[in-house]
Design a protein around this ligand. Structure first.
Ligand SMILES: [Zn+2]
Length: 915
């Protein structure tokens, strides 16, 4: 069978492997701009975009408004005013007068802004009435938070309110509650009744990232060995001993903070109490001092003998895979991950499989001179033909593994076979790793159409953007889910790297990663020159981060609360134990809380997440995270302590779960309704005295309209028929697996201006290594200076944008050429030239997307010249794009709906509809 050349530009060649040195790149001659060679705008951008060469990109004043229908709504009847919440008397940072006003403040001075009161109900295209710069901005919020927590003063987790945001660089000291990196709540104060929660419409939940990486300045988690008896636990509810348990009766009894059960203290754990009722040894015992500790697991927690983890790399070597450069880059990425940077986590062993219509296994035994290949041609009856030497210590077998990886692209250069048998490889990995646990890291280019688990092409464009589209989100048969569950049973997770040049049915294949606690990666139309560096960075990050196997997570809460639903890449056999075949420092699990009864408002509400897992070097451990949050009877406290970032993460995870049963259109409407209900509830309960025409946003939740809009625009749930189904699934998987920090990077891009860097900007701090960024620009095309240059970071990728009027001298200093036409847009990195500006730009690139590998892919975009500008513009979330409106328009639409909600209602009408 033949194949297609996937995405290779005619006349362009991927750089040869091993040519990653900057020297070689700078010696490359820059081809003059030739609109005939791949740079001309072409088809394929998101619908609704103007041609790229049109200087009126969406978002330019006037461009974004034309002909865009407004959602129906009543006229706005008062001055448009943002005010901070009643309990937050300071103005919203970054909002200039006249928009920062208190309820009941004097009318706007003439000429300082156009009040919106005179607008007719039907939307008429005209100039924006609100300066987008005066809308609540994530940049201001995050800058403010960074100033609060980035100082020398570390954050104590004993503080009761407002942990640093997920994107802030901070140092936490564990004073009895877990570091917020491990556990975050959507609100810091927990309502004492379900009624109070429902009245606010706010989500109540937790995001747990049990193995999150700590900052170098933070103390490592302490390990405690309680010997054969194991850690002290509540007899009734099995909560682990923690700083919130209270010792009474002279120290002979401890009261469980979850269920209030009074337990006897074992004799060998007894200690006298001081005058305040505190154990005299409590400062000496980490389990009584720290919110997060790790216990050595006793035999009861060991189902099978724990062993060091084994990572099996499986590379598709069919014709397509070789031709697009995937095989070469995957082999280079594996070699890089094994032998560069920090290397694999302690103890991890490695195996290698290649596959096309048959599967090839390699004996990597260190005693050999070179790797030995064994082919299993009959993939219907899969077995692993190697006993010893299939998984080996990568350091001991380096002289075998490195030459093998180097040789793979040549070995299969003339391979004409198609139809990579992923299903058989899953079976083989299961057999090889059964009994020891580990991870399958599979690189697959095509829909598996041969052998076990072969799938049909079922994508149907007619279903896209209809209510029936969701049938394509479900697996087409049970094979991959069934095998994923078998993998879970044996503690084997799966990272799946897809390289689709056509439909690969990511919905079915992604079961392998979503069920096993793994991750999905996707590189559509893979082209080595463009995507190779990203692949290498991803593989390195994937396999070098902390890893735990055969994990079970259990979240316990105070009596009166329970976890209603868990979200993330996980498997559940019952309602309480979250099974994670693999867990990494990036794994993040969401839990939505539900009420069983009423909480005692005089007590704190408690949460404990316990992760039983096997470390990469084979130690069985229980990591326990604890959090105490004050209970409240006041809705104002809930709003004040809410965290919009964490809420967005949870809401996005919930929406992805719902997408399997409800049409996306309905989900989009529900998300906006929820946003309106939350803001209406705030208005009704916390700012009822304000003028009807004022839009009042709670301080801690003021970014919720923007984030809601960003979620609506994400490829996971946006409207429009132009999102390929595999891409849709990929982005849905991202939402499921993202930590809070990654969600924020994904939803709101960072845009750093590079053309007027001040002293110190673009320079790494000598101690922390953190690169000082220039003052960031909001994500709107209208705010970009055509004489400037900007670096945009979004979801781990970078774009370098050059304005049309950028001066030759600036360009020379930045990238070493004097005209835009001379820039080689296929470089995918910032070229190295010996100037201070160039050095700073490269430092900023590294600072915006810090990766283990130390490099990322940079897409060059020249204003009005490159096709990539369509993608660039689509990331500017404040503009009209992605089948949705501008930030300003969206806030106006939300405002109208809030006014409808706020109208007095007849007695027969329900006040609120709960769901
Ligand atoms: Zn208990």
């Amino acid at each position: 069978m033949g194949g297609m050349n996937m995405g290779q530009q005619p006349g362009m060649q991927s750089p040869p492997l091993g040519s990653h040195s900057h020297k070689q790149r700078t010696r490359r001659a820059y081809a003059p701009f030739n609109p005939e060679v791949g740079d001309a705008p072409s088809q394929g951008g998101p619908a609704g975009f103007p041609p790229v060469n049109n200087p009126q990109m969406p978002g330019f004043p006037g461009a974004g408004q034309q002909g865009y229908p407004s959602p129906a709504g009543p006229p706005i009847t008062g001055p448009q005013t943002f005010v901070p919440g009643a309990q937050a008397p300071t103005p919203i940072p970054g909002l200039a007068a006249p928009y920062v006003r208190s309820p009941g403040a004097a009318p706007l001075p003439a000429g300082t802004g156009q009040p919106m009161g005179q607008q007719p109900a039907p939307y008429e295209p005209q100039k924006p009435r609100i300066d987008p710069n005066q809308m609540p901005s994530p940049i201001t919020v995050h800058t403010h938070d960074q100033e609060n927590y980035g100082s020398a003063q570390p954050y104590s987790t004993a503080q009761r309110l407002n942990a640093p945001l997920a994107c802030t660089e901070f140092t936490a000291v564990d004073d009895g509650n877990s570091n917020p990196r491990f556990m975050r709540m959507t609100m810091g104060n927990v309502p004492h009744t379900e009624e109070l929660l429902k009245a606010s419409h706010l989500p109540l939940g937790i995001i747990v990232q049990p193995l999150a990486e700590l900052a170098p300045s933070e103390e490592p988690v302490k390990l405690i060995d309680f010997g054969e008896e194991g850690p002290i636990r509540c007899l009734r509810c099995k909560t682990y001993i923690n700083p919130h348990m209270v010792f009474i009766n002279g120290g002979k009894t401890f009261v469980c903070n979850m269920c209030r059960h009074e337990n006897d203290v074992p004799d060998d754990y007894f200690c006298n109490l001081d005058m305040a009722g505190k154990r005299l040894d409590s400062e000496m015992r980490p389990e009584l001092r720290n919110g997060t500790v790790e216990f050595v697991a006793t035999k009861d927690f060991i189902a099978r003998q724990p062993a060091p983890a084994s990572f099996v790399f499986a590379i598709d070597v069919t014709w397509n895979a070789v031709q697009c450069g995937m095989v070469a880059y995957a082999a280079a990425a594996i070699k890089d991950a094994l032998y560069s940077g920090s290397g694999l986590p302690a103890g991890v062993r490695v195996g290698i499989i290649t596959y096309d219509r048959s599967a090839h296994f390699y004996s990597l035994s260190p005693s050999l001179d070179q790797a030995q290949m064994m082919v299993v041609p009959d993939i219907q009856d899969m077995f692993v033909p190697i006993n010893e030497g299939f998984v080996v210590d990568p350091t001991e077998a380096r002289h075998i593994i490195e030459p093998l990886l180097d040789a793979l692209p040549t070995m299969f250069a003339n391979n004409r076979t198609a139809e990579p048998v992923l299903g058989a490889v899953v079976q083989a990995a299961h057999e090889a790793l059964r009994g020891r646990g580990g991870k399958l890291i599979a690189f697959q280019t095509a829909l598996p159409t041969f052998g076990p688990g072969s799938l049909k092409q079922r994508d149907d464009a007619k279903l896209h953007n209809t209510d029936k589209e969701r049938t394509l989100y479900e697996p087409q048969d049970a094979f991959y889910r069934d095998w994923a569950i078998k993998l879970v049973e044996d503690g084997i997770s799966c990272s799946l790297y897809l390289f689709p040049s056509a439909y690969v049915d990511a919905a079915t294949l992604s079961q392998l990663s979503t069920v096993t606690g793994g991750e999905l990666y996707s590189y559509p139309a893979f082209e080595g020159g463009r995507d190779g560096r990203r692949l290498m960075a991803d593989v390195r990050a994937d396999v070098q981060r902390a890893y735990g196997g055969s994990a079970v997570l259990r979240i316990r809460t105070s009596d009166g609360l329970r976890v209603d639903e868990h979200y993330g890449n996980l498997y559940m056999r019952n309602h309480v134990d979250v099974e994670l075949a693999g867990v990494t420092s990036d794994s993040a699990i969401g839990a939505l809380l539900q009420y069983d009864g009423k909480l005692d408002e005089k007590q704190d509400a408690y949460f404990q997440a316990a992760l039983l897992y096997t470390t990469s070097d084979g130690q069985r451990r229980i990591r326990v995270h604890n959090l105490a949050a004050p209970c409240t009877t006041l809705i104002g406290n809930m709003f004040r302590s809410s965290e919009v970032d964490t809420s967005l993460n949870l809401i996005a995870k919930m929406a992805m779960s719902e997408a399997l049963t409800s049409p996306l259109k309905g989900i989009r409407e529900k998300l906006t309704d929820r946003c309106v209900q939350i803001l209406s509830a705030y208005r009704r309960n916390c700012a009822s005295g304000s003028a009807p025409g004022q839009l009042i946003l709670p301080e801690a939740y003021k970014l919720s309209p923007l984030y809601n809009l960003a979620l609506l625009k994400s490829p996971a749930i946006r409207g429009g028929a132009d999102v390929p189904i595999d891409q849709r699934i990929y982005h849905m998987c991202l939402m499921r697996q993202f930590s809070v920090r990654k969600t924020m990077d994904y939803f709101y891009p960072t845009v750093a201006p590079l053309h007027m860097l001040a002293e110190g900007e673009g320079v790494a701090d000598e101690v922390t290594g953190i690169v000082a960024l220039p003052k960031l620009v909001r994500a709107s095309y209208s705010l970009l200076d055509p004489a400037g240059m900007y670096m945009l970071a979004s979801g781990g990728s970078l774009m370098l944008w050059f304005g049309r009027q950028v001066s030759p001298s600036l360009l020379q200093a930045a990238v070493g050429v004097s005209a835009l036409e001379q820039i080689d847009t296929k470089m995918h990195s910032v070229p190295e030239v010996p100037t201070e500006l160039n050095q700073k730009i490269r430092a900023i690139a590294g600072g915006l997307v810090p990766t283990r590998a130390g490099y990322v892919n940079v897409q060059i975009v020249r204003q009005g010249m490159d096709q990539a500008e369509v993608q660039f513009a689509s990331l500017l979330v404040e503009d009209r794009n992605n089948d949705n409106m501008t930030y300003v328009d969206f806030v106006c639409a939300i405002h109208r709906q809030i006014q409808v909600e706020a109208r007095p209602k007849g007695p027969s009408e329900p006040k609120w509809s709960y769901h």
